[in-house]
Design a protein around this ligand. Structure first.
Ligand code: SF4
Length: 346
């Protein structure tokens, strides 16, 4: 039994939001003495979290665990308004690495709830992103995960305006059936012009669909608590592939994969894990990259980090009586990849 060929989905792995969060935490680790605290896993990937933990980052599930005056980063998944507020209390230095696409959904919740809407939010119960988003207006947001839960919502009065929003990392299949059912129930349902499903999630699923029916097996690299990774698993199965494996790392790669193997990675899975899997599979007829779409989105560093870095640079220039070059070290951020940052943490 031997792997003859690998079909490698493109795009796969790190998205712009994850790139932003990892690079921001990388800067924090470089600039501040340990420990740097991080509220929730910076991104949902075991390898990434362990790499930062080895550098002295302490991951916490409550801001109360962050001592006064300490440095804390808030994860890419978004945090509740209470957490954002508390994180900068008691002289803490707080940097919010939330993905802008998650912020957009928080904003939609705030605006619609203020306008008197009841909001149906399709998301995964217990997921960090869903928790943070619901917390924007808990009394007006109804979190549903299934069509059955949608059916069980209280009857809104006939003149009640209703909006439908979603967790960014759902699969199109998870979202579409509930959206259609909601439209049947609430004909005047308000939805954003473009669904909240993010480009990175949709692109990775589109790429996987292109290879799923051509492969004997599909390997999805990423962690079980990564919503978009689990969505990829479901997409591969829905496309008819009978042999789908989600693995954290090459150590979990089944030894007996033969024929054509499709490979992809969730948006928080580092490229180094993909490389290790490809090396292990060692396809006899090589690797074919199947490209679905070019992805060149870039999200700049969090504004608090930009302010901090500027202040530090200014102080350094003053302390050493150096002339200011005018360029911040963060000007180069776009040209530095999160994979490079991770490799430097080793
Ligand atoms: S998967 Fe989408 S929403 Fe999540 S961090 Fe990446 S770009 Fe942002």
């Amino acid at each position: 039994m031997v792997c003859t060929k690998v079909l490698l989905a493109e795009p796969r792995g790190f998205c712009a939001g994850v790139e932003k969060a990892i690079k921001a935490l990388g800067w924090m680790v470089k600039v501040f003495e340990p420990p740097v605290y991080c509220f929730h896993e910076i991104v949902h990937n075991k390898v990434v979290v362990e790499r930062f933990a080895a550098k002295g980052v302490i991951f916490v599930d409550s801001v109360d665990e962050v001592p006064p005056g300490a440095v804390v980063m808030l994860s890419a998944h978004g945090s509740s308004p209470e957490v954002v507020e508390a994180s900068s209390q008691a002289n803490r230095i707080s940097v919010n690495a939330v993905c802008p696409l998650v912020t957009k959904v928080h904003h939609e919740v705030k605006v619609r709830s203020k306008k008197g809407y009841e909001i149906i939010y399709v998301g995964h119960i217990g997921h960090d992103e869903a928790i943070g988003t619901v917390a924007e207006a808990p009394e007006h947001v109804h979190l549903v995960e299934t069509e059955e839960q949608l059916e069980q919502l209280p009857d809104f009065s006939t003149d009640q305006e209703v909006a439908l929003l979603a967790q960014t990392t759902l699969s199109m299949d998870e979202w579409a059936d509930i959206r259609d059912r909601a439209l049947e129930h609430y004909p005047n349902l308000w939805m954003p012009n473009r669904s909240d499903l993010c480009f990175a999630t949709t692109n990775r699923q589109g790429a996987l669909k292109q290879i799923a029916h051509l492969a004997d097996s599909i390997v999805v690299i990423g962690s079980a608590n990564s919503s978009n990774t689990v969505a990829l698993e479901k997409v591969a199965r829905a496309a008819g592939c009978k042999s789908v494996f989600r693995i954290n790392s090459v150590a979990e790669l089944p030894p007996n994969l033969d024929g054509v193997v499709g490979v992809t990675a969730g948006a928080s899975a580092p490229d180094e894990l993909v490389e290790q899997v490809l090396d292990k599979l060692a396809p006899t007829d090589g690797i074919e990259v199947i490209s679905h779409v070019d992805e060149d989105e870039y999200f700049p560093p969090p504004p608090e980090l930009r302010e901090l870095m500027k202040a530090i640079e200014d102080l350094t220039m003053i302390a050493f009586a150096l002339p200011r070059s005018g360029e911040s070290v963060l000007e180069d951020d776009r040209s530095i990849s999160a994979s490079l940052v991770l490799s430097h943490l080793n």
